[in-house]
Design a binder for this molecule. Structure first.
Ligand code: HEC
Ligand code: HEC
Ligand code: HEC
Ligand code: HEC
Ligand code: HEC
Length: 353
């Protein structure tokens, strides 16, 4: 027995499985180990790599893989490099199946390999060994076991319901249509490369969220209407696709709707009374609305847009205005200026003279 094997067996003790330990290296290939060989005990994402290279590559792009290394989370005013132990459970989690997934269950902190954040076993690990799968009848070295909860929101709730994302989802049109967290956040992908069992259908493990422009910008639609003989403009934003509030409850996020009216020379028209409030991260435009779950300490009410609902920004249109520009800015932090938003959307149209 080599030293690595011994360490592995010791680590495995925590799982109580008496299996051959799979060395945590990235240099084996599925071919050299044989997919139908003896059962392998499984640990880090590196141990899945020989047979699940595509899934591991997707996971590495996800925020789950960075949950323990993310500088935002490690900042002094946040977890302070995880000196605050209460921050560890959801950012470096034990397999959540190991203590049962029930309503109200909270994640537990992992002691080993914390830098892997939310790793494969956080979601797939089973207390008896093997991995939880949403398919029945699979035979493989990693011992897939059918687990109905893989396709329910209970898998995400221990970590994601701290800000009520699940409560919002239960009341959403998406939930009524039978769409749950993984339906939107793990869209189907084709596995036809080196992946075990390929070719077959898989599920995207990048877990795209607000950061990804294409994914997030698909969550809303914009519409506008001129009334009062063209002297009043109403711009409406509707949360059509997010299965919960837009933006989500992470208190750092802000979604800003900004309308700018321009005159014939392309200069901004003078602002009317009562529109165009100014605040850090909200300096530009003729009128603007912010959607956000504010910091608790501010005492402000939430202005997020619940699933299926709309919000309208109405402003007067002076006679000198010739053009309207509608913009939506998505910010990872609320004080970020429009010019440094993570992504933005823009529409413009001429105004009748
Ligand atoms: C020696 C190769 C091998 C290793 C190592 C391995 N697996 Fe697997 N795994 C397979 C094969 C083969 C299948 C069956 C694929 C099929 O038939 O579609 C499978 C299936 C699965 C499934 C079920 C797939 C589905 O469609 O529902 C999951 C989940 C899974 N593996 C997770 C893991 C995780 C997590 C690890 C590492 C901790 C791992 N596996 C390590 C070979 C392996
Ligand atoms: C109950 C589980 C849980 C605990 C405990 C927890 N977090 Fe988180 N954290 C999450 C989840 C889930 C997300 C992703 C949420 C989202 O984006 O809506 C997150 C995201 C974050 C982010 C945002 C990162 C980004 O993408 O910008 C920061 C910062 C953060 N957490 C800090 C902390 C700190 C500091 C603590 C301890 C005081 C802590 N967390 C404790 C579950 C948790
Ligand atoms: C063991 C805890 C845990 C579980 C289980 C979990 N997550 Fe996460 N998730 C997190 C944490 C923590 C983050 C934030 C990491 C960061 O930003 O540093 C996160 C981030 C995300 C993000 C990306 C947010 C962003 O800022 O881009 C999405 C989307 C997401 N999770 C969806 C899901 C879904 C869907 C499920 C269920 C299938 C799930 N998660 C299960 C802890 C968890
Ligand atoms: C109908 C599709 C849909 C469903 C169902 C859905 N989401 Fe989302 N989710 C989105 C979209 C679109 C976004 C991007 C816009 C936003 O940030 O709200 C998003 C964003 C997120 C984010 C990213 C937050 C960030 O700050 O980047 C997290 C975390 C998340 N969802 C978790 C969940 C969880 C947990 C569930 C199940 C309770 C769920 N989602 C159900 C579509 C969906
Ligand atoms: C945040 C939770 C979460 C994490 C982390 C996670 N998975 Fe999954 N995984 C799921 C869910 C949920 C499904 C089932 C989706 C379905 O039923 O279609 C799944 C499905 C799979 C499948 C079968 C579908 C496919 O895409 O091929 C494999 C294989 C798999 N996971 C392997 C892994 C490996 C390997 C890792 C680590 C690199 C990992 N998973 C990390 C939640 C997770």
């Amino acid at each position: 027995m080599n030293a690595r094997l011994v360490t592995g067996l010791v680590l495995l003790g925590a799982f109580g499985a008496a299996l051959v330990f799979w060395p945590d290296t990235d240099d084996r290939t599925a071919d050299t180990v044989g997919k139908s060989g003896p059962n392998v005990a499984i640990a880090s994402p590196g141990s899945c790599l020989p047979c699940h290279a595509e899934v591991v590559a997707e996971w590495r792009q996800s925020m789950h893989s960075q949950a323990f290394t993310d500088p935002q989370v490690r900042a002094p005013d946040q977890s302070d490099n995880f000196r605050k132990p209460e921050c560890i459970p959801c950012h470096a989690a034990e397999p959540i199946f190991s203590y049962g997934i029930e309503d109200g269950t909270r994640a537990l902190a992992r002691t080993a390999r914390r830098q892997d954040g939310i790793d494969c076993l956080s979601c797939h690990g089973l207390p008896q060994g093997g991995v939880a799968s949403s398919r029945t009848g699979l035979t493989a070295a990693c011992q897939p076991v059918y687990e109905a909860k893989m396709q329910t929101d209970s898998l995400c709730a221990p970590c994601h319901n701290q800000h009520d994302t699940h409560v919002e989802w239960r009341a959403s049109p998406a939930a009524e249509r039978g769409e749950t967290c993984f339906t939107c956040h793990m869209p189907p992908v084709k596995r036809d490369g080196s992946e075990a069992g390929a070719p077959r259908a898989g599920r995207d493990h990048r877990f795209l969220g607000g950061r990804d422009h294409d994914f997030a910008a698909s969550s809303f639609t914009l519409a506008h209407e001129l009334t009062d003989d063209g002297r009043q403009l109403s711009v409406t934003i509707t949360n059509t696709f997010a299965g919960h509030n837009l933006p989500t409850d992470s208190r750092n996020r802000a979604l800003d709707l900004v309308v700018t009216l321009l005159d014939a020379r392309g200069a901004e028209v003078p602002k009317a009374e009562g529109v165009g409030d100014r605040f850090p991260g909200g300096e530009t435009g003729t009128a603007r609305l912010r959607f956000r779950n504010p910091y608790r300490s501010s005492g402000d009410p939430t202005t997020q847009i619940p699933a299926g609902e709309s919000r309208t920004l109405t402003l007067p249109v002076p006679e000198t205005a010739r053009k309207a520009v509608i913009e939506v800015f998505y910010k990872l932090q609320p004080w970020i200026p429009d010019s440094e938003a993570r992504w933005s959307e823009r529409q413009e149209f001429e105004l009748p003279g």
